[in-house]
Write a protein that binds this ligand. Structure first.
Ligand SMILES: C[S@@+](CC[C@H](N)C(=O)[O-])C[C@H]1O[C@@H](n2cnc3c(N)ncnc32)[C@H](O)[C@@H]1O
Length: 291
């Protein structure tokens, strides 16, 4: 890697393990799925109306747990019609998990998958080099917008890939959520690796406004128990803190003063306490960008 090259943001090695533990501990997928089932069915019907086939693009889909559920919802709102899905994900480990999940989900047999194991930036370059650009009815970026090099360019490019009546769905941490407070307060310590600029829903909305794009913003409330993070001998707590701060080992990163300050902030400003347990505010926003 040249001195000024940005480290890859796509998950590999132990990052994948920390992410899996985070998903288990946080119940984040459950909160997103609840939203998907309650709020997206009507949106999907509207997008699919009068169409003979559907093209879906997932960007930063990880292990595909959410994609698979959304594809099932597409099948029920768009019965009989052919559905093709393209996946852009730079992690080969997570893409393998996604492929394994597809292989054991027989109801997805009639969906055609095209895998692009690369970052969204590489995909953009490849697409722009072609004459014939594939367009999509629905594009989703769930919990991945933090990692792209250039927020404005990424949104502009993906919005330009929408077919008529299509939607780009961005799910991102909410402005003033615990994540937003933690990452903005400790910007200097945290924004040093793959993420050089933290962004929550406020930054995404400001970007859409500056580009004059039409969108809707929906709240997706979520919190999870981080009590273990305050037990210095807890392996789970350290792993969770490591994922939340983008480090390999929280307990071996930063100075003791900074670690203590982060823990204090997590408890006092990013969470609420109930029955002796600490619940981190992990509210999300779902932003639907119009074609
Ligand atoms: C927090 S995970 C979210 C995964 C999935 N969307 C979910 O919600 O379960 C972020 C994902 O974005 C991927 N990623 C990171 N940087 C990326 C980039 N520049 N282009 C495409 N994917 C990227 C990571 O490999 C990882 O799978």
């Amino acid at each position: 890697m040249s001195a000024d090259a940005k480290p890859t943001t796509c998950y590999g090695g132990s990052y994948v393990d920390r992410f899996q533990l985070y998903l288990e501990q946080s119940g984040e997928h459950g909160a997103i799925l609840q939203y998907v089932h309650h709020s997206l069915a009507e949106e999907f019907k509207r997008i699919g109306a009068l169409k003979g086939s559907l093209d879906v693009l997932g960007v930063g889909s990880g292990g595909g747990e959410l994609d698979v559920q959304m594809l099932s919802l597409w099948q029920s709102t768009f019965p009989g019609g052919p559905i093709a899905t393209d996946i852009v994900e730079g992690s080969s480990e997570l893409t393998n998990n996604f492929k394994a999940l597809v292989a054991k989900t027989s109801s997805l047999d009639n969906i055609e998958f095209s895998w692009h194991i690369m970052s969204s930036e590489e995909y953009e370059k490849q697409v722009k080099a072609k004459r014939d650009i594939k367009k999509f009815d629905f594009i989703h970026m769930i919990q991945m917008i933090y990692y792209v090099n250039n927020l404005g360019q990424t949104i502009k490019f993906h919005q330009s890939l929408l077919k008529r009546n299509g939607r780009l769905m961005i799910i991102v941490e909410a402005a003033d959520s615990g994540w937003d407070i933690l990452w903005k307060t400790y910007h200097e310590e945290l924004c040093v690796g793959g993420i050089t600029e933290y962004r929550a829903s406020r930054e995404v909305v400001a970007c859409l406004e500056s580009q004059g794009l039409k969108y809707e913003e929906h709240s997706l409330p979520h919190s999870f128990d981080i009590t273990e993070c305050f037990n210095p001998s807890s392996v789970t707590g350290d792993c969770l803190l490591s994922f939340m701060t983008g480090k390999e080992h929280f307990s071996e990163s930063f100075s003791p003063e900074i670690r203590a300050g982060m823990l204090d902030l997590l408890r006092s400003k990013c969470s609420t306490e109930r029955d002796g347990r600490v619940f981190f505010n992990s509210d999300l926003k779902c932003i639907l960008v119009h074609d």
